[in-house]
Design a binder for this molecule. Structure first.
Ligand SMILES: [Zn+2]
Length: 295
């Protein structure tokens, strides 16, 4: 079911974007192992920047010419905050086994594969596509709230980035919060979501672990109430788990959590995750949780 992999090798980052000059790429890892699916040529660079620093916003729907500072602050509570969004895996991973299997630093002294392909529903809806779609929706929502956002990949057709690079992107952005979006490939009878927080290790300080836990608790509560999804029946406790083997968490120097949004091998959850309506609810819930943590 789950092949956990992380990886890392701080590369220079393929996609640099905008004002922040951040390298974007990467991936983390956690879920499903081999997935057929999705082709797409590995595209390292190019294209539109996924990470788009939010332009200076102004209060929307204000009839008057210049919104008052108070109104702007109310409409954009996350102004000045930086959030890194990491959609797990990538559409080109399956077609680049050598690249994706190369060993990279995963933190806490370990090395792991650069990334994995992720899982998929029985009908073939892939985890990387799900994660990308939720990430786009989350990006839009966070920017509307005034945050500056940085995505770790710019589309769903490329390869990687490796897990260590995914962490590095958030670090370079000096993100106030980072989230890696995944879906699991557990036994068909398993249900529910869980948030994964970094456990203490050689690369994770007590202070960072505590901040990530606060972020994890906020995301857990918001996702539970926003999507009505149950806590995982197969991993963690009350929708929370802690791991020390994920490069994407071990190598992050900013508060970061993973979320396994549901089990793609469970028919009921697969049906929900395949609907755009649910993905919007999931993204809105994640934004609520992140906003709660950042306030
Ligand atoms: Zn995954």
């Amino acid at each position: 079911m789950r092949t956990k992999r992380a990886a890392a090798a701080l590369t220079s980052g393929f996609w640099r974007t905008g004002v922040l000059s951040l390298a974007l790429l990467m991936a983390a890892t956690a879920c499903g192992g081999a997935g057929p699916d999705a082709g797409g040529s590995p595209s390292a660079a190019g294209g539109s920047a996924a990470a788009t620093p939010s332009p200076s916003p102004t209060a929307s729907d204000s009839p008057a010419a210049s919104p008052s500072p108070a109104r702007t602050a109310a409409a954009q509570p996350l102004r000045g905050k930086v959030v890194t969004i990491d959609p797990g895996h990538n559409g080109g991973n399956a077609s680049a086994p050598e690249e994706i299997n190369r060993q990279v630093p995963a933190g806490n002294g370990a090395r792991k594969a650069c990334d994995t392909t992720g899982t998929q529903t029985n009908a073939g809806y892939t985890e990387h596509a799900f994660a990308w779609d939720v990430a786009k929706r989350l990006n839009k929502r966070l920017r509307a709230l005034g945050a500056t956002t940085v995505l770790t990949r710019k589309n769903d057709k490329g390869m990687g980035p490796c897990v260590n690079e995914r962490a590095a992107i958030g670090n370079e952005a000096e993100a106030d919060a980072a989230i890696s979006i995944h879906a699991d490939g557990a036994p068909a009878s398993a249900r529910g979501f869980h948030v994964i927080m970094p456990g203490r290790g050689s690369d994770v300080t007590a202070a960072l672990a505590a901040d990530s836990r606060r972020l994890g608790l906020a995301v857990r509560s918001a996702y539970r109430s926003g999507t009505r999804s149950p806590y995982s029946t197969y991993l963690g406790r009350n929708g929370l788990d802690t791991r020390t083997d994920l490069g994407g968490l071990n190598l992050s120097t900013v508060p970061k959590v993973f979320i396994e949004c549901g089990n793609m091998r469970n028919s009921a959850e697969a049906a929900r995750m395949s609907s755009a309506r649910f993905r919007q609810r999931a993204a809105d819930a994640l934004a609520d949780g992140i906003a709660t943590y950042l306030r």
